[in-house]
Ligand binder design. Sequence first.
Ligand code: TMP
Length: 212
Amino acid sequence: MRKKVGKFVSIEGGEGAGKSTQAKKLAAALKKCGIDCLVTREPGGSKGAEEIRKLLVEGKPGRWDALTETLLFFAARHDHVENTIKPALAEGTWIICDRFADSTYAYQGAGGGLDRETVRRIESVAIRDFKPDLTLILDQPVEIGLERANARAGKETRFEQFGTAFHEKMRAGFLDIAKRARERCVVIDATGSEADVAEKVFAAVAARFGIK
Ligand code: TMP
């Protein structure tokens, strides 16, 4: 395997947490510090994975069960890691990824009821021990996030329709991941303004990687 030279940062959180906006703002701030970044997303981020994305985020909520979803998310993730993430890191480009494997533990695991060990075994086949260097979890109350997400138009609403109880379990799942992996994860309060959250996001990245 080619050597990883760039840093891999994932941004996680529930619906409407502002991850995509924060990913772009973080990349812009890092570029100002002379760091070359690629913003990418999951599910998606490579040609094949974007095709799988459609199967997952469109259509009726009950279209797949949690195990099938997990297999599809990791199929997309394998393609994304091999074709986009690893080649960029090997060239020294930093990756800012809007969601990664923690989303599967939180949504299909905590939310959808699939046990951790099953998710871990599928993860280990699909991507081995490939993990972000830093994971920022944007946290906010479920109702605020769903309100923001519902205000967006589009076809990609499958998970938004899962109901509040699912989303509460998923939020608790992310906070549990942060406790289990303290060395990798930082929880960021996402209820402030875009600018406030961007400041906290950049501060967390700068502190972790020693950027002045
Ligand atoms: P997005 O809205 O952040 O682009 O993500 C698409 C949806 O897919 C979102 O509702 C969360 C869901 N999702 C999972 O359920 N499991 C996963 O592993 C990932 C990456 C996303």
